[in-house]
Structure formats: structure tokens, C-alpha cells
Design a protein around this ligand. Structure first.
Ligand SMILES: [Cu+2]
Length: 166
């Protein structure tokens, strides 16, 4: 009769050996959970967006006659935010084009955008044929400097001008 007790004790040790597989989810540290994504810095004026005209608009005539082809006046002084309106008077087609090689890198994109709907190529307007047709270029967002322009069809005949932004 004394062997019965030994058999019961042996079988009890089989249980309880497993149960280590369960993993607790790692706790998220409180400072990480609460911190929002860093706010984006305020965007600079979007490249490609025309800067509005906030000042005056000065007029330059585009003329062709017996004396030749020219902008009248061939030079104007303006301020940042002013605009220049180029108006066909005679002997079109005329246009307004800045030489990309002569425009500072930090001016180019904004000046290009400032052609607005008149832009046909980089820093260049479309051709205007008839008296009264006009191209208005905003100088909003353009830093002080002198910017030379020309009329593409009449460049070889000396139709050039410049704008100084003060
Ligand atoms: Cu011209």
C-alpha cells in the first residue's frame, strides 16, 4: 500500500512548465505620445505665383516708325510692388523679354511668375500686335536692382529698355 502516494506526487510536476509566450505591448513613453508633429514653418511666397501690384503702374509705349523701333521711355524708376504696363502704339508685333542670363537667381522665379497670363516663355511675354494691346508686369516681390528687357522681334534693331526697382 505505500507506493500509491509516490505516483500522485510525480504527475503534479508536469503542469506549470509552459506559459512564457505571452508578450505585453510596450508602453509608449508619455512625452512621445503627447507631442504633436512639429508645425511646418510658414511657407515663403509660392514660386510660380504672381505677386500682386501694390503700388502704381507706369506706362511704357512700344513704338515703331521711321525713326526705328523703341520703348518710350526706354527707362523707368519704380519701387517694389509697382507695375509696368507696356502698350503697343505702332508697328507690332512687340513683346517684353528679360534675358534669363542677366536676371539674378533669386529674382528669376518671381519675375517670371509676375508676367501672369501674358507669359509665353521664361521671362518672356507673348507677342502683341495691335495698337492698345498691352502687357502688364508686376514688380511685386522684386528686390531693388536694374533689370534690362527687350522686344524679341526687334532686338536686333535695338529695341531695348530697363527698369530700376529702388
Ligand atoms: Cu518690338
Amino acid at each position: 500500500m505505500r507506493f500509491i502516494g509516490t505516483a500522485l506526487v510525480s504527475s503534479a510536476f508536469v503542469l506549470g512548465a509552459c506559459g512564457g509566450g505571452e508578450k505585453k505591448p510596450e508602453a509608449v513613453p508619455a512625452d512621445q505620445a503627447a507631442a504633436p508633429a512639429p508645425a511646418a514653418a510658414p511657407a515663403p511666397a509660392t514660386p510660380g505665383t504672381m505677386a500682386p501690384i501694390t503700388g502704381k503702374t507706369v506706362e511704357i509705349k512700344m513704338v515703331g516708325d521711321a525713326a526705328g523701333y523703341r520703348f518710350e521711355p526706354a527707362h523707368v524708376d519704380i519701387k517694389t510692388g509697382d507695375a509696368v504696363k507696356f502698350v503697343v502704339v505702332s508697328m507690332g508685333p512687340h513683346n517684353v523679354a528679360f534675358d534669363p542670363a542677366k536676371i539674378p537667381a533669386d529674382v528669376k522665379a518671381q519675375l517670371d511668375a509676375n508676367f501672369g497670363a501674358d507669359k509665353m516663355a521664361e521671362l518672356s511675354s507673348g507677342l502683341k500686335m495691335n495698337p492698345g494691346d498691352a502687357i502688364t508686369i508686376s514688380f511685386g516681390g522684386i528686390k531693388p536692382g536694374t533689370y534690362e528687357f527687350n522686344c524679341t522681334p526687334h532686338l536686333a534693331m535695338g529695341m531695348k529698355g530697363s527698369v530700376t526697382v529702388k
